[in-house]
Write a protein that binds this ligand. Structure first.
Ligand SMILES: Cc1cc2nc3c(=O)[nH]c(=O)nc-3n(C[C@H](O)[C@H](O)[C@H](O)COP(=O)(O)O)c2cc1C
Ligand SMILES: [Fe+2]
Ligand SMILES: [Fe+2]
Length: 397
């Protein structure tokens, strides 16, 4: 994309990434892409805030050079060391050796460890400011959003918060960077939730801390380093973060996330009847086949609904492996305190339920019920499965 002026002297100079298939090598963005937003402030001093992944360095540096001679750049602010925002750094400072790099004290250590950079690095403390002329930047240290070294940068004149990963979303920017100019805001909100659950949800307390810190900071424009720039309604995404981070401790909305697996259709047949039971009880239901749908898309539902139904057969004495792996990912992302139930087929000694219960305990899931059956379900068992689904769902209201 071409650079986009946000306010006089403040320009978005980011890049879309429509090449990477798995963000962090884990989370699918095959369909959606992602953006690395970088911002240029031209004042008495010239500043670049956050960069991009290394493979897009050429495109990024070219567009920066179109706007400003690189030897005129005074500062590069590194809000976060993760290479999706610093990949272009070595190339940039080779071309612009005068640049002073600004980050937290931990960033200084990481710059050495990641890139061998030790010179022209300035560590700033929480609340420290630098005067650019007409604009002033204030640094807001925000550890674990998303790494220990992370901070945000607040521009005081226009009241712009450059928040880096926080408030960001997957999804390449489709023709505009602004929340008021895209016609599919809902899609970006869903992608922000997916990003939150995949990347940020492990740290609900740091999110709460950062929100408290920002409570009295007037934000006219929220400019993260992934996804939309929120200028019409920055409060919208802040409120969403408030809600999502609370879901680590507060009850989620009544509803069922059903995750199932089946090798030969036995557990799947029961799943269909259980699903009918959930709908009989009048609860919202979303069904995922773990062998087909990446966890990236399931985590948003796990976070926002209070009930989980796990349906999977026994496999070599334990829970179907993909399902066990999914539950471990859910544990890593702190999808705690849900109400849960298990169903599944086995042919001889079983064992899936045992592993399910062990994993559910780690997740602090309250197991309300389980339903085991042997081989193919009978008509009676299907009827029982429907009742099992209805009873479970009615306890979620
Ligand atoms: C590779 C493999 C390993 C299995 N391991 C066990 C096992 O250890 N214990 C058991 O009771 N059943 C085991 N089973 C049997 C399945 O759990 C049983 O066939 C079940 O009905 C499959 O349900 P599904 O049609 O939903 O996949 C195994 C089946 C397969 C194919
Ligand atoms: Fe990050
Ligand atoms: Fe990032």
């Amino acid at each position: 994309m071409l650079p986009v002026e946000i306010k006089p002297g403040i320009t978005w100079v980011g890049v879309n990434d429509r090449i990477t298939e798995l963000f962090e090598g884990l989370w699918t963005i095959r369909q959606e892409g992602v953006s690395y937003n970088s911002y240029l402030i031209r004042d008495d001093k010239t500043v670049v805030i956050d960069l991009c992944k290394s493979m897009l360095t050429g495109e990024f540096v070219t567009q920066l050079e179109d706007l400003v001679p690189l030897e005129k750049i005074d500062f590069v602010v590194v809000n976060h060391m993760e290479p999706d925002h610093t990949g272009a750094l070595r190339t940039l400072i080779k071309k612009a050796p005068q640049v002073q790099i600004i980050g937290t004290a931990k960033t200084r250590d990481m710059l050495r460890e990641f890139y061998g950079i030790t010179e022209n690095v300035r560590a700033v403390a929480d609340g420290e400011t630098i005067d650019l002329g007409h604009h002033t930047l204030r640094f807001v240290v925000a550890p674990f959003l998303h790494w220990p070294e992370t901070m945000m940068t607040y521009e005081e004149k226009e009241q712009i918060l450059f928040s880096c990963d926080a408030f960001g979303s997957y999804g390449a920017l489709n023709g505009s960077i602004f929340d008021d100019l895209v016609d599919d805001l809902n899609w970006y909100e869903q992608e922000a939730l997916r990003y939150y659950t995949n990347i940020v949800a492990i740290f609900p307390k740091p999110v709460r801390k950062a929100l408290e810190k920002l409570a009295n900071v007037p934000v006219q424009i929220l400019a993260p380093s992934h996804g939309l720039v929120w200028r019409k309604d920055p409060k919208r995404i802040i409120d969403l973060y408030d809600r999502w981070s609370n879901l680590a401790t507060e009850p989620a909305d009544p509803g069922v996330t059903m995750i199932y697996a089946s090798m030969y259709g036995n557990s799947e047949a029961v799943m269909e009847a259980v699903a009918q039971g959930v709908v009989d009880a009048g609860l919202p239901l979303k069904i995922f086949n773990i062998s087909k749908t990446p966890m990236s898309y399931i985590l948003p539902h796990l976070l926002t609904r209070n009930g989980v139904l796990i349906g999977a057969p026994t496999y070599e004495g334990g829970l179907f492996p993909e399902m066990a792996a999914a539950m471990r990912v859910a544990e890593g992302k702190r999808m705690y305190n849900r109400k849960a139930a298990y169903f599944g087929s086995h042919a001889w000694a079983g064992g899936a339920e045992r592993e399910f219960r062990a994993l559910a305990q780690e997740l602090q899931w309250e197991v309300l019920d389980t339903f085991n059956f042997v081989g193919t379900p009978s008509r009676e068992e299907l009827t029982k499965a429907r009742e099992f689904g209805r009873t479970f769902a009615s306890k979620l209201k």
